[in-house]
Design a protein around this ligand. Structure first.
Ligand SMILES: [Zn+2]
Length: 155
């Protein structure tokens, strides 16, 4: 995949993902590209933004909004409730030796990955963008299936 910064005659800038440069030319030639802001099909590659020196792969990009949560207004059968309660308990057990670091999770886990602090089990909060950046850097992180109440809110 290749990403191009695109712009329309009105100066709206947006990103487009393509299989290749030829794929971009092909889609553009067939009028398949349109500005998401004004719908103009007169789309062309925007001049490259000046490269900002940054360590690692920290290029900012527009992330899609978080997907909607799955919800149901039907009562869950007792077996499901029990299974979920058991899983939630297992998560609590698994996190027993783990330290809550709140919104410092991305920072702390990255430090460990780069050997800047001792390894330890931690859990906390990360935005979708932070989690994505960590995964792209090869930092092993996993989403928790159940919400964890921050310790400061348990008082
Ligand atoms: Zn536009």
């Amino acid at each position: 995949m290749i990403v191009f910064d695109l712009s329309c005659p009105d100066g709206h800038r947006f990103e487009g993902w393509f299989g290749s440069s030829a794929d971009y030319e092909d889609q553009r030639g067939r009028g398949l590209l349109a500005c998401p802001s004004c719908g103009s099909a007169d789309v062309s590659k925007a001049p490259m933004a000046p490269a900002v020196p940054a360590k690692g792969n920290t290029r900012q990009e527009v992330l899609p909004a978080a997907p909607p949560q799955n919800v149901a207004n039907a009562p869950m059968p007792p077996q499901v409730q029990q299974a979920l309660a058991a899983l939630a308990k297992m998560q609590t057990e698994a996190l027993k030796n783990s330290t809550w670091v709140g919104d410092k999770f991305a920072e702390e886990t990255r430090k460990m990955h780069y050997g800047e602090r001792d390894e330890a089990l931690i859990h906390g909060q990360a935005s979708v963008a932070e989690a994505k950046a960590l995964i792209e850097e090869g930092v092993p992180v996993a989403p928790l299936p159940f919400p964890v109440a921050p310790p400061e809110k348990l008082n």
